[in-house]
Write a protein that binds this ligand. Structure first.
Ligand code: C2E
Ligand code: MG
Ligand code: MG
Ligand code: MG
Length: 292
């Protein structure tokens, strides 16, 4: 709450609510400004295959350097952007910059690596969405199979309801569709089954009690098994401890991501990661080392 009130609030003289409203207005003006000026940056977090230990993708995450908004958690800024109708413009920049980055890595000789891009319903619902992303792919010589689109269950359902067929269309073009923060939503499993998704990304809250809490272990094991039954990949996010990674390997999770391996990296560090640390999981000695 203190955070939402922000800086420059004169609590002793201004009623708190006025101050919060004032802060919100200046945050919004700032968000409009950086959206107009595309004053954003991306950082990249490795996603590593559990079995081979190699980096299979980098997830692009939005950052707002040089802005007072950098003081807020990114998802709060994203929420504000959604509320105020700015998210589609931000998403457009994120998609294009992610493609540009993947193209740079390819040009630097980094082999098969995908990019995971976070997105949401308002972006997918733009009338020009499909044509804009096709233009980006062409500009950077990329194929849909190079790209995973991450969206939460809620956003996927919203997109599916409002523009029936948009997810199918993306899927049939060859994009991977990942349900992010899986396990925190409320939709029925039968509805989920009707969505054209390729992977589930287990929410990091699953991991907190693993492996020392039998119930948490059982739920995670069951979700991973369900994913496999539905022929979906399953990635775990927020892996911070080696015991968690061992547990995930044991229950046959497909891939993982988290501070244990690497946090979000700036472009230079990401390139270094991709060119040097090809098998971090093998280095951590949790996955069987792949010969050759
Ligand atoms: P997400 O897509 O679920 O991303 C995972 C978040 O967990 C990221 O926070 C990441 O930095 C953080 N994280 C990664 N590893 C660990 C770990 O081991 N432990 C812990 N505690 N945290 C970890 P971040 O970058 O602040 O992003 C927050 C959320 O904001 C994202 O959640 C995503 O929903 C949204 N977001 C970020 N970038 C974009 C974007 O370009 N577009 C859209 N639409 N949403 C974005
Ligand atoms: Mg994500
Ligand atoms: Mg997530
Ligand atoms: Mg999240």
């Amino acid at each position: 709450q203190a955070k939402a009130e922000g800086r420059n609030c004169f609590h002793y003289f201004t009623p708190a609510l006025d101050c919060a409203a004032h802060q919100r207005n200046s945050d919004l003006a700032e968000l409009r400004r950086i959206t107009r000026e595309k004053s954003f940056a991306l950082v990249y977090q490795p996603i590593v295959d559990m079995r081979s230990g190699s980096t299979i993708a980098m997830e692009a995450l939005l950052r707002l350097p040089n802005s007072p908004l950098a003081a807020y958690p990114v998802n709060e800024v994203i929420e504000l952007a959604k509320e105020k109708g700015l998210i589609a413009d931000i998403g457009k920049w994120v998609f294009s910059e992610s493609c540009r980055q993947l193209h740079r890595w390819r040009s630097a000789g980094i082999g098969q690596i995908n990019i995971a891009i976070n997105t949401c319903a308002p972006e997918l619902l733009r009338p020009d969405y499909l044509s804009a992303i096709a233009t980006n792919l062409e500009q950077f010589s990329l194929a849909p199979a190079d790209i995973a689109l991450e969206l939460t269950e809620h956003e996927a359902i919203e997109a599916d309801r409002s523009r029936s067929g948009v997810l199918e269309s993306l899927r049939s073009q060859g994009f991977s569709i990942v349900l992010d923060d899986f396990g925190t939503g409320y939709s029925s499993l039968s509805y989920l089954r009707s969505l054209p998704v390729t992977s589930l990304k287990l929410d990091q809250s699953f991991l907190h009690e693993i492996p020392h809490h039998p119930d948490a272990n059982a739920v995670t094991r069951a979700v991973v098994a369900l994913a496999h039954e539905l022929r979906l990949n399953v990635t775990a996010e927020g892996v911070e401890r080696i015991e968690q990674a061992k547990f995930l390997l044991d229950v046959d999770c497909t891939a993982f991501q988290g501070y244990l391996l690497a946090g979000p990296l700036e472009a230079d560090a990401a390139l270094e990661w991709l060119s040097q640390v090809r098998q971090p999981a093998a280095l951590l000695d949790i996955a069987p080392r792949v010969d050759g």
